[in-house]
Ligand binder design. Sequence first.
Ligand SMILES: [Zn+2]
Length: 276
Amino acid sequence: MACLIVGCAHLSGVDDAIRQHALHGFGTTAAGLPKRTEIVASQLVIHADFPLPGQHRLVRELEALRVDVSQTLGLPISDEPVNLYLFETPARYEEFVVRQFPSFPARRAFFVETDTTLSVYAAWQDRVAEDLRHETTHGYLHAVVPVIPLWLDEGIAEFFELPKLEAGLHRAHIAHLAGRRLEGTWWPDLARLEALESAADLSQDHYAEAWCWTHWLLCTTPERRAALQDYLTDLRRDSATAPLSQRLRHAPGLGGDAAAEVVKHLEELAVRTGAH
Ligand SMILES: [Zn+2]
């Protein structure tokens, strides 16, 4: 069974040993999975080991996120279930992760895709809303685009992890990249991001840059948003389709020097959010 663990910003990394363990060990036992409460909310099947009301605000928010992701990215909606396993305490969650993934790095939540399942695991703690928005976005996305470049997978999840009112404006990433620009230690390079293949190789710079390209594509001009939507549509049909960096280079009206345009966009956002 093929298995993919998608790394996230709050992870310290996933190595091949973990991937192999997941490949062979995961799915053979459901020991310790939450099962006290089960809620079906559209595409989501939520399993919790504590009483969770079906009308909980977060449940409704995650349900609404499905349409938001689909409309923003120009993707169809899938009915493939996304399982959310919610543990009442970080201790319960960690106990499960240690048993299922003995060499797993400490992290608050994660998403696992196999040939047959899409699953999110998370603990109910202070930042659970952000974590679930992020991981559930991976679930919705993978249900319709099973193979997606790592940078874009994370850029999109970072975009949607924010409360809806923030409209994808990730202040922490803006401040981080603006700081790098002041130091003179960062310049965007989409081809460099595209070369990343392992979540273990993703640094804070990479997550922030992946978010920044995604925000620039989705929130600046209709042509750029269409370029991202077209790319995702093509990825659904052919995972080996030409990478986005090549498309941006050759498509007229998308900004010419895309990296310079991304820097300009970041500087405007830094001013707007007070990061400068
Ligand atoms: Zn992620």
